[in-house]
Design a protein around this ligand. Structure first.
Ligand code: COA
Length: 217
């Protein structure tokens, strides 16, 4: 396992995911998305397929001392028409098999990120976002997009339209446990996607976010 990045204290390393990790990645996925519809969850079999389809796009965080896999992310390459950005999660990721991966695609599409609950708040998603942005630079892509799940929305859903909620999160007036973190990592909101997936915690919404590669020309 060649470390692509390490945490400042050296405790964690980001590596390219390897087939033996697949069961651990499935466990992270299940712990990370407790209210997501079961048919939208990524299984060990899916993760193994991702590593065959687009190995460079699959990242895992390993705790160096224990060798435990504690976080991961999944990406594919695609083309984006920003005037028609509405889509469904499962369509974008080829039913979680990444059959939609286009080796010539000029954008990286973030399919998934999850940090095991016992390891949150340690900067591990920050490490993974950095690794993904480094990949965008290395491959000379235009940037990174994703359908973020605004997981803090459910308690406000009755009283506040999603547009108002997202605007308040963008202005820093409210903290969303997913979107706020992505905004801090340099992503911007492009638009809101209703019925992106099936998860009551985010009212089934996705927020289409974009990070542009400053080196792209
Ligand atoms: C979203 C998720 C990936 C974040 O992972 P993480 O490793 O805990 O995040 P990090 O430790 O890298 O970053 C947390 C950031 O939030 C900030 N933060 C946390 N709680 C905060 C609060 N209440 N108010 C303001 N900032 C807060 C931290 O300060 C840190 O930002 P900083 O590094 O700029 O200081 C993780 O919570 C997760 O796996 N969630 C479940 C799966 C999921 O929803 N994935 C996203 C699908 S789109």
């Amino acid at each position: 396992m060649k470390p692509l990045l390490s945490s400042p204290d050296g405790r964690f390393a980001v590596v390219q995911s390897e087939p033996w990790m697949a069961p651990a990645l499935e466990a992270i996925q299940r712990a990370s998305f407790p209210s997501l519809a079961p048919e939208e969850l990524i299984s060990a079999e899916h993760y193994a397929a991702h590593m065959r389809v687009f190995p460079e796009g699959q990242h895992a965080v390993v705790e160096q001392d224990s060798g435990q896999v504690v976080a991961c992310s999944t990406d594919l390459r695609t083309r984006i028409d920003f005037s028609h950005y509405q889509h469904k999660y499962l369509e974008a990721v080829g039913g979680n098999w990444l059959s939609t991966h286009d080796p010539q695609g000029d954008w990286l599409y973030g399919a998934d990120i999850g940090v095991h609950p016992d390891y949150r708040g340690l900067g591990l998603s920050t490490l993974l976002y950095t690794a993904r942005q480094n990949l965008v630079r290395r491959l000379g892509l235009r940037g990174h997009v994703a359908g973020a799940m605004p997981k803090g929305y459910a308690p406000y859903q009755r009283d506040m339209p999603i547009e108002a909620y997202v605007a308040r999160v963008v202005r820093g007036e409210m903290f969303d446990p997913v979107l706020s973190i992505q905004l801090r990592r340099g992503y911007n909101v492009w638009g809101i996607i209703p019925d992106y997936l099936n998860d009551p915690s985010c009212g089934n919404y996705g927020v289409f976010i974009v990070w542009r590669n400053p080196e792209w020309r």
